[in-house]
Write a protein that binds this ligand. Structure first.
Ligand SMILES: [Zn+2]
Length: 271
């Protein structure tokens, strides 16, 4: 599943090239997760002003309103001057005078939704519950600690919920908790300020490293430039059950939390 770093890498791969492009037409294939919410023809002639990211959504600002794109479970975007004829899994072509942005999405959990503005109910239905962005100045260590104090659930599940800080998916939550020395099952509300400070720094470190490396989680991840962006993060714990901890050599353990597998070192990570 594309996580925040993959979505950010995707954004960076085409944002500069599509900025200023005029939409010739939007073509949609098989139904995606939600309907577009506008007439296809309404987009023709509009200029793409830029591409922003909020959580795992890409926001294409248009002269009128914006397009919200989500890659779902298996989606990827490719921007090219000339695209081959759409294949069976290509469900969106945004054709512009600078190239065509194509959504390839075999499982069709992705989304292409138009909204009149970011604050409109149509956009807020998708964006309204997202927590702060981990990779911009709004992610504050003191506010993070205060938010966790109100949550009695295990810290790993609070991170995955995405309403405290957005975009810390399963891999990155496991890795950040290892770096911070915190057991995934520790109740969020009981973590000291010093430990949440370490977690805050670890989240920023893990995610920004993944962005620099071109995203890590989708094996067939291809950036919008067509380059294979897959780069296996040197995982400390994720996917390493039974293997020796890279710090203390204790075998890494796994457990299931909220239907997701969590990996941790029983020696390095404390409650
Ligand atoms: Zn260890």
């Amino acid at each position: 599943m594309p996580e925040l770093p993959e979505v950010e890498v995707t954004r960076q791969s085409f944002a500069d090239r599509i900025a200023g492009a005029v939409v010739a037409e939007l073509r949609l294939g098989k139904p995606l997760r939600w309907p577009l919410g506008a007439a296809l023809q309404a987009l023709s002639g509009q200029r793409v002003q830029g591409v922003r990211r909020r959580g795992k959504y890409l926001l294409l600002d248009l002269d009128q309103g914006l397009l919200l794109l989500h890659l779902g479970m298996s989606g990827s975007l490719n921007f090219a001057l000339h695209q081959p004829p759409p294949g069976v899994h290509d469900h969106m072509d945004l054709v512009t005078d600078k190239g065509t942005l194509r959504l390839h999405d075999p499982r069709r959990f992705g989304a292409v939704v138009w909204a009149p503005s970011e604050s409109s109910p149509e956009a807020q239905k998708l964006l309204g519950r997202l927590g702060v962005e981990p990779l911009d100045g709004g992610f504050d260590a003191a506010a993070f600690h205060a938010a966790l104090r109100r949550r009695s659930a295990p810290i790993k599940q609070v991170l995955l919920a995405g309403d405290t800080v957005v975009g810390v998916g399963n891999i990155y939550a496991s890795e950040a908790l290892f770096l911070a020395g915190i057991r995934p099952t520790a109740p969020a509300s009981r973590l000291s300020r010093a430990r949440t400070d370490r977690l805050h720094a670890a989240i920023i470190d893990v995610l920004s490293r993944a962005v620099r490396q071109g995203g890590s989680t989708l094996r067939d991840f291809v950036s919008a430039e067509g380059k294979t962006g897959y780069f296996q993060l040197e995982a400390a714990v994720y996917g390493r059950a039974g293997a020796p901890c890279r710090v203390c050599a204790t075998p890494i353990r796994s457990l299931v939390q909220g239907q997701r597998t969590t990996f941790y070192c029983p020696t390095c990570q404390k409650h």
